[in-house]
Write a protein that binds this ligand. Sequence first.
Ligand code: SF4
Ligand code: SF4
Length: 285
Amino acid sequence: MATPLSDSSQKYDLGFARWVYENVKGGDQLSMCMQCGACSGSCPIGTEMDYGPRKLIMMVRAGMKEAVLTSNTLWNCTHCYRCTVRCPRGIPVTNIIQGLGATAVDLGYAREEDTTRFARSFWWSVVHFGRTDERLVTAKYYFSFGLKTGIRKGLENLKIALGMIMKGRMHLGLPHKVADKKGLKAILEKAAEIEARDKQGLDRIMNDQGAKKKFVYYPGCSSQGSSKHLDESLRAVVPALGLEMEEIDDWNCCGASVGDIGGGSLANDGSVGAQPGKSRRAESY
Ligand code: SF4
Ligand code: SF4
């Protein structure tokens, strides 16, 4: 079971970084982030987020619990995994965002956002039928807002539903189910077992006093110049997590910022997923 998260309302709460490290899947790899920005530069939806993934990670490390758990980043992320695939450090950014979203819901930070309600309805259908039944997922989602709203939303979308039925995109009758119910049950049980095993493994590492918890630190140019606060927060958080780090001797350019050469034209031309011409990119990423 996850350890309780303190309800501190401090703007900076280093206990938050430790909690994420220990309780959010992939959170133990947050310390590996070198703030290169490849994730944010790749994110197709970054301009619609309060904070891009790079900045969100920096904020977790700085202990900005309230700002992280109330940000729309957790809900606007489409889980496309682009950031995860492109991260040069192999950090599971998407999983971390998903985990933070679940934490925000569990702790009551997130409003009952549409995406949360929809995700619950979707998961319900998968668990019960092994597939998504559009009618039931939609009905469960609409009625999660209450009886009156459910009926209103249903009537508003009746025309669309009828159109889908006419085109054969939505069927009438009983929901379709997977044939191999036993197989579905076995898959769901295995997934739960893997999740529990991952958590136990992490607990073992964290509680093993003899385990090596030292790693090499590559600061990168921005952490020594315009983003000195990143370097400072990392140097404060790492020992707070019971870890040690050693700065690489004679480190030099990683090349990541080449995307910003020419006033950000490369990063903004759409080739790396950023939305052209959105000034919010600079604030959020
Ligand atoms: S791409 Fe990876 S290392 Fe770079 S900022 Fe994002 S999470 Fe950190
Ligand atoms: S998973 Fe996709 S949408 Fe979510 S932060 Fe990563 S790149 Fe952006």
